[in-house]
Write a protein that binds this ligand. Structure first.
Ligand code: FMN
Ligand code: SF4
Ligand code: SF4
Ligand code: FES
Length: 592
């Protein structure tokens, strides 16, 4: 008997940490206990995107979207909604914040994320029911390898892993030399090291088959019968689902020998990475699969010519692959109509930081920053002002309020001194200190530099040291010159993208926020009140009502004053922990 209602429960990482697995089990238990069990299917899905409002439960066919669901809400969902037909108003998305959240999905087009939050990622039949493997079967029986590459060319798809290199070109290089090589390899780069980015993990958790299908398509187009997925060991759920997906695909004759009886063989193995950022760089990743230490090597030769074990190798990112089955099925022209002239299709951004609706958003290339921040992201919490968004992770830079109407694509981000990177977008508000944020990225680059080449190994440390001095109030005007003087040679002389891009956050923040650097250096002031060494906490006697909260909370006992009389901070003993500022309900403790 067909099901009449479906209860989709997000089992993505964020919702899982909000106990979505328990919600799933409770919904299942309640359904089994009731007479409706024949009519209702409870399904675990991947991420819906609106992670900050998780755990999420969606009811079909009526499309009711429940947010912030708790285990104890399961009863109301089953009894009121499923049995009595009365949706649970208090859990509904629109109920919470009508103006903002319902717009979260309106400007999105989901191609790479098309199945996330819709299918059960652990059931291949659900993927097949959504046209899964139709592209592979069409390719094997109706298309020549070059036809596939032609469709990719028409689509304009560029790599989503950071560099934005045209995907069709990589495939063509390998296709053209396949007859000279005894083996060709296909690699999926699922290392995803950018702080704040988690779209690759979500695709693998929510729709693993799409990546397997795309890798098989790459194998057919480029003449390979073996693929590897390089994924960081910190992604256990994605790894578990990938293994299940591979087993099912083999069972259905969609991976392994003689796929669908076509005579084409293709199989995939998983390789786990230890989580070093530089192992996401393609030559370091290849070294790591080969069992060597994950260090980059000079290019050329590029992997397309000399890759894994010296054989031609196609290496693409997870999101890049996830787009491909749909492109083959609907045609490259369809994909090419979406986006801007040089940046086609959509891009998934991981929107995090000071934003109301944090989560994964997939928008057409060319969507403006304002649309992403305000329409989709619902703006900045607590009525604070938007200051900047860091795109491209440690390799990128900031885009500021004056660029809110800039269409976001590879070209415009590059022209602004930032980059697309893998799609991390961290939003900052007026309380964030630009110098401190830049120091954080440099800190990351220092830690992650593999140390093979001197410009990166020494340069990142020197720059970090200068930033540290500036945030401690020990900066000099020379430091600004030194930062610039270090940055440009590093960009040119470093061996790989890590060192080449490490100065980007500095150059971009110096370009747009030099004032803030100068405030730290010349005025010994941190305008955002973040850099502790430069902050002074004082109590405004006109506002202080002498409630004594601050003096009771101060861990160093340096606030004195009688009850109902203005209090005073002993500056010599203040350790600048900020507890008094956070604790004062009247705003009397001020930061200068
Ligand atoms: C330091 C560094 C880290 C990188 N990390 C990743 C990563 O985590 N995932 C990824 O797909 N690409 C990463 N890349 C880019 C890859 O080297 C490569 O360009 C990409 O996997 C190619 O796939 P695409 O063409 O589909 O983007 C990184 C590059 C550098 C320089
Ligand atoms: S640039 Fe940095 S990460 Fe890259 S090879 Fe040189 S030292 Fe290693
Ligand atoms: S900042 Fe901390 S140590 Fe200083 S006065 Fe306030 S509570 Fe006390
Ligand atoms: S993990 Fe559930 S919505 Fe993202």
């Amino acid at each position: 008997m067909p099901y009449k209602k479906f209860c989709l429960v997000c089992s993505g990482k964020q919702c899982e940490s909000g106990k979505s697995e328990e919600i799933y089990k409770e919904l299942k238990k309640l359904t089994m206990e009731s007479s409706i069990c024949q009519n209702v299917q409870i399904v675990r899905t991947g991420c819906f995107g609106l992670c900050s409002k998780g755990p999420i439960v969606k009811i079909l066919p009526d499309e009711t979207f429940y947010v912030n669901v708790d285990v104890k809400d399961a009863k109301a969902i089953i009894n009121d909604h499923i049995i009595a037909g009365q949706p649970v108003e208090r859990l509904m998305l629109k109920h919470d914040n009508p103006a903002k959240e319902s717009r979260f999905y309106q400007k999105q087009i989901r191609i790479a994320l098309r199945n996330c939050g819709i299918i059960n990622p652990e059931d291949i039949t659900e993927y097949i029911a959504r046209d899964g493997y139709a592209a592979l079967s069409m390719a094997l029986f109706e298309m020549k390898p070059m036809d596939i590459i032609e469709e990719l060319k028409k689509s304009g798809l560029r790599g989503r892993g950071g560099a934005g290199f045209p995907t069709w070109m990589k495939w063509k290089f390998t296709h053209d030399i396949k007859d000279q090589a005894d083996e060709i390899f296909i690699i999926c780069n699922a290392d995803e090291g950018d702080p704040g980015a988690y779209m690759d993990r979500s695709i693998l958790e929510g729709d693993p088959q799409s990546v397997l299908e795309a890798m098989a398509l790459a194998g057919y187009a480029c003449g390979s019968s073996m693929g590897y997925i390089y994924i960081r060991a910190e992604y256990p759920l994605a790894i578990e689902r990938l293994y299940k997906a591979m087993d099912q695909a083999r069972e259905y004759g969609l991976l392994g020998k003689n796929i669908l009886g076509s005579g084409f063989d293709f199989d995939i193995e998983i390789r786990l990475g230890a989580g070093a950022f530089v192992c996401g760089e393609e030559t370091a990743l290849i070294a790591s699969i080969e069992g060597e230490r994950g260090m980059p090597r000079p290019r050329p030769p590029f992997p397309a010519v000399k890759g894994l074990w010296g054989k031609p190798t196609v290496i693409n990112n997870v999101e890049t692959y996830a787009n491909i089955p749909k492109i083959i099925l609907r045609g490259g022209d369809w994909f090419g109509q979406i986006g801007t002239e040089k940046s086609k299709g959509t891009k998934v951004f991981a929107l995090t930081g000071k934003i109301n609706n944090s989560g994964l958003v997939e928008v057409p290339m060319g969507t403006t920053l304002r649309e992403i921040i305000y329409d989709i992201g619902g703006g900045i919490p607590n009525g604070k002002a938007f200051k900047a968004a860091q795109t491209g992770g440690p390799s990128g830079g900031v885009i500021t309020a004056e660029h809110l109407d800039t269409p976001i694509d590879y070209e415009t981000l590059g022209a602004l001194g930032s980059m697309m990177g893998s799609g991390g977008m961290i939003v900052m508000d007026e309380d964030d200190c630009i110098v401190d944020v830049t120091k954080f990225y440099l800190d990351f680059s220092v830690d992650e530099s593999c140390g093979k080449c001197a410009p990166c190994r020494i340069g990142t440390r020197k720059m970090h040291n200068i930033l540290r001095k500036i945030t401690m109030g020990k900066g000099t005007m020379d430091h600004i010159q030194q930062l610039r003087a270090l940055a440009v040679p590093m960009q040119k002389a470093s061996l790989c993208g890590l060192g080449q891009a490490a100065p980007n956050p500095i150059l971009s923040t110096l370009k747009y926020f030099e004032d803030e650097y100068l405030a730290h250096i010349r005025d010994h002031r941190c305008p955002a009140g973040v850099c502790k060494a430069l902050v002074t906490y004082t109590i405004n006697p006109d506002i202080c009502i002498g409630c004594t909260v601050c003096s009771r909370k101060c861990p160093n006992n340096c606030i004195t004053g009688e009850r109902k009389k203005p209090h005073v901070i002993d500056q010599d003993n203040c350790i600048k922990c900020g507890i008094c500022h956070e604790g004062c309900k009247f705003g009397a403790v001020q930061i200068a």
